[in-house]
Write a protein that binds this ligand. Structure first.
Ligand SMILES: *[C@@H]1O[C@H](CO)[C@@H](O)[C@H](O)[C@H]1NC(C)=O
Ligand SMILES: *[C@@H]1O[C@H](CO)[C@@H](O)[C@H](O)[C@H]1NC(C)=O
Ligand SMILES: *[C@@H]1O[C@H](CO)[C@@H](O)[C@H](O)[C@H]1NC(C)=O
Ligand SMILES: *[C@@H]1O[C@H](CO)[C@@H](O)[C@H](O)[C@H]1NC(C)=O
Length: 413
């Protein structure tokens, strides 16, 4: 499917339109409320004080400090208690517990991209965790504005046996100021927007946003797998199927093919040598899934990234080449060379098919979840009948038919 898609895309020197920017997007005027400066200042002061005490009390090394202060800084309840109460037990948590606790209920913060990248790429050098770690899957939504299919995703997430199995991050346009009011407190999407920058179709800013999402999700140490989705993606299976498929895989699902045509190697620029040779150049759909250590590698990358940013601009599309190429060079045995997000390229041309209300019925769902659209693939080296967990592109008006199909698709809801 993917290879066929790539060929179809290649013929038109095509380009998936990613998290497409809808020109009719409403721009809402309300501004996101500023962060309470005093609270943050207090948190920063408390953090410094506490950090020093932690060194004395528990002999922690300096290397732990930045992560530690980050947890505190973003942890709202702590900022309301005085440094003294934090010392006397810090909400009844041990230092290790505080170290590994989910940073905050909100994904928002005021770090710059540079600060964020630095904070996000701390990585334990010891592979085993000295505590029972339940891996979380981070679902990262790249969208221009609203997430019209969120009610379907909310149903999907309601099948999680615990909220500690997943987390949600949303990168919307900075113009999209209705974000704060989009979801109710009960929603997994509530306050999950991350600080964002403008994204242009086919431009490196698209990959900047992907990296920004990864960096934000890395701040939560429990996040172990990272999935990129768009506002037009839907799940094809229920939460437990998706969760076990992703966490049980030895490979990260990054599409990567060596396409000899003009839409593949034809987009390679000699300026990328010596870091990347034409033989190493890969193409793949933007919608990836990554293991944590590979996510760290991507966010920390300052070897390939600046060169791609400079030398892969339209008609080279960085979002179709950066990750497939860099993963194929740096960690070829770690990636499945296929995406878990299905898309229909059968129409040919630069853009995949968008499905509307009229397309979505039970027969469609059956096709999507069986060999007709799933095709054949390998999973952990074995033949598998489940190859795609997500599907795109679904227009907003597919919500109602999808909700109606949800009980059949999910087994609940
Ligand atoms: C974030 O907020 C704190 C507290 O108000 C402030 O000291 C710091 O400079 C801010 N950082 C950025 C990058 O704006
Ligand atoms: C993915 O492709 C690379 C070559 O780029 C290969 O080394 C690797 O084994 C492939 N992965 C799988 C799961 O087949
Ligand atoms: C996955 O990788 C681990 C560690 O390399 C290995 O022990 C395990 O057998 C692999 N599982 C499969 C299904 O390939
Ligand atoms: C999720 O889907 C699988 C496969 O269809 C099914 O066996 C399982 O019962 C479903 N889980 C729930 C909670 O419905």
């Amino acid at each position: 499917m993917l290879v066929g898609g790539v060929v179809a895309a290649m013929d038109g020197n095509g380009k998936d339109d990613g998290a497409t920017i809808n020109p009719k997007q409403q721009v809402v005027s309300a501004k996101r409320p500023a962060l309470p400066l005093k609270l943050l200042l207090l948190a920063v002061l408390a953090t410094g004080f506490l950090a020093v005490v932690v060194i004395f009390l528990s002999g922690f090394t300096y290397s732990m400090l930045p992560r530690f202060s980050l947890l505190l800084m973003s942890s709202a309840p702590l900022s309301s208690s005085s440094p003294t109460t934090q010392l006397a037990g810090g909400n009844g948590k041990t230092p290790l517990e505080r170290w590994i606790t989910t940073p905050a209920t909100t994904a928002w913060h005021n770090m710059t991209d540079d600060e964020l990248r630095w904070a996000a790429t701390w990585h334990p050098a010891i592979a085993t965790y000295p505590y029972k770690r339940v891996p979380k899957v981070a679902f990262m939504f790249l969208t221009h504005g609203p997430l019209p299919l969120a009610p379907l995703w909310e149903k999907f997430f309601s099948g999680a046996t615990s909220n500690d199995l997943y987390s949600v991050y949303i990168h919307a346009s900075p113009d999209y100021t209705a974000a704060a009011d989009e979801f109710s407190p009960a929603s997994p999407f509530y306050r999950r927007h991350v600080p964002s920058q403008a994204v242009e179709w086919g431009q490196p800013t698209m990959v900047d946003a992907e990296r920004r999402l990864l960096a934000n999700a890395l701040l939560d140490l429990a996040n172990d797998r990272f999935v990129l989705l768009s506002e037009s993606c839907v799940p094809l299976f229920n939460f437990s199927v998706v969760y076990s498929y992703i966490t049980g895989s030895n490979h990260s699902f990054v599409g990567a093919v060596d396409d000899p045509g003009p839409g593949g190697r034809g987009r390679y620029s000699g300026e990328l040598a010596p870091e990347v040779s034409p033989e190493q150049w890969r193409k793949g759909a933007q919608w990836f899934e990554l293991h944590r250590d590979l996510a760290v590698l991507v966010v920390a990358d300052d070897r390939y990234y600046p060169k791609f940013r400079e030398h892969c601009r339209p008609g080279c599309y960085m979002d179709e080449h950066y990750l497939p190429t860099v993963m194929s060079v740096e960690a070829p045995a770690r990636i499945a060379n296929r995406s878990v997000t299905w898309v229909d390229w059968s129409g040919g041309g630069a853009h995949p098919t968008t499905f509307g209300e009229a397309n979505v019925d039970e027969a469609f769902l059956t096709r999507q979840t069986t060999v007709t659209d799933q095709g054949k693939c390998t999973y952990n080296g074995q033949p598998s009948e489940v190859c795609f967990l997500f599907s795109r592109k679904f227009a907003a008006d597919t919500l109602q038919p999808m909700l109606k199909l949800a009980p059949k698709m999910l087994g609940y809801g």
